[in-house]
Design a protein around this ligand. Structure first.
Ligand SMILES: Nc1nc2c(ncn2[C@@H]2O[C@H](COP(=O)(O)OP(=O)(O)OP(=O)(O)O)[C@@H](O)[C@H]2O)c(=O)[nH]1
Ligand SMILES: [Mg+2]
Length: 298
């Protein structure tokens, strides 16, 4: 779904948050800044300032503790919202989160809703809450539009079991490929997605490590290019952009390593690109981002 206009965005936001007093905005821990929707936050502040927003940094099992701390500090300094880190998949941080919630909501019945971009872990978080035997489904609001079920997570706080999906604002294939909402086979320009990955998130050495490509392999496989390439891209401190021929070289290396060849014997680039995007979408390639430095305090 595409947010065509400002009005359209507002309609969607309105729908997402209706019926809830508390909004849990789930962020992908590997890129919390990029998976946060500030337009939604502004909308809530302007139109329904009584609704409380929480930032939930999910998937913390995929990032170093120090990186999580930096993001938490960053959000505490630059936003008025409460911030929590957790792993919905491994139920980490859930008890602390619930304890805090029972302190914060101790007077009247309150309803929370989970919102976030596709793939950030909304359903996993709901599942984590449901798995906990102490959290019981309390009501099915029959007669209401969809018969939404609520899960009681503390004495006074219940969670609507249908999350609000924030649509990706532009219908861009690259964004969708990176966010994992489109199957790699369906992506027309796979090269653009892999190049964007290399521009925004991962360095070539991370990809090569993932495919078990080391110095010797590079030297043995395509000797004419190897010294410059090794020097430039096998280092973890890599801070260069790849030229197109270097990019092609990387694809060739991976293709040879994986035996992804066309009948003619050349590397099947399409297959290699699909493999990379697939590995990325399945969270197999490790990465994380750091918060921006020196941002003014709100
Ligand atoms: N490692 C890790 N993976 C997670 C975590 N939470 C969710 N995932 C994975 O991320 C992917 C997306 O999780 P979902 O819970 O389906 O995400 P969602 O936000 O409901 O996605 P949509 O329904 O498509 O909007 C799945 O492969 C989950 O297993 C987590 O805490 N750690
Ligand atoms: Mg879901």
């Amino acid at each position: 779904m595409k947010l065509k206009t400002e009005r359209h965005a507002k309609e969607i936001f309105e729908k997402i948050i209706s019926g809830a007093d508390v909004i849990f905005q789930v962020l992908d821990g590997r890129n919390p800044g990029g998976t946060r929707n500030q337009k939604l936050e502004e909308f809530v502040q302007k139109n329904t300032p009584n609704k409380k927003i929480f930032l939930i940094i999910n998937k913390i099992d995929l990032i170093p503790q120090q990186v999580l701390q930096e993001w938490i500090e960053y959000f505490r300094k630059t936003t008025p919202y409460m911030v929590f880190g957790l792993s919905a998949l491994y139920s980490r941080g859930l008890i602390t989160f619930k304890k805090k919630l029972s302190h914060l909501f101790a007077k009247r019945q309150t309803k929370a809703i989970i919102v976030g971009y596709p793939n950030c872990g909304k359903s996993s978080l709901i599942k984590a809450f449901t798995k906990d035997k102490k959290n019981v489904p309390v009501s099915s609001r029959a007669g209401h539009t969809r018969g939404i079920i609520e899960i009681k997570i503390t004495q006074y706080l219940s969670l609507l079991d249908t999350p609000g999906i924030i649509p990706i604002s532009d219908n861009n294939e690259v964004d969708q490929g990176i966010k994992g909402v489109i199957n790699p086979d369906k992506i027309k320009d796979k090269e653009a997605v892999v190049q964007a990955l290399l521009d925004l998130y991962i360095t070539p050495n991370i990809i090569m490590e993932y495919f078990n490509i080391d110095e010797n392999y590079i030297k043995d496989t395509i000797p004419e290019y190897s010294q410059t390439f090794i020097h430039k891209f096998l280092q973890p401190e890599f801070n260069n952009t790849m030229s197109y021929s270097e990019f092609e070289y990387l694809i060739r290396l991976i293709g040879k390593k994986r035996g992804q060849l066309s009948p003619g014997g050349e590397v099947n680039e399409n297959k290699v690109l699909t493999t990379i995007i697939h590995a990325w979408q399945k969270n197999k390639i490790k990465y994380y981002t750091l918060p921006p430095r020196n941002e003014s305090i709100k």
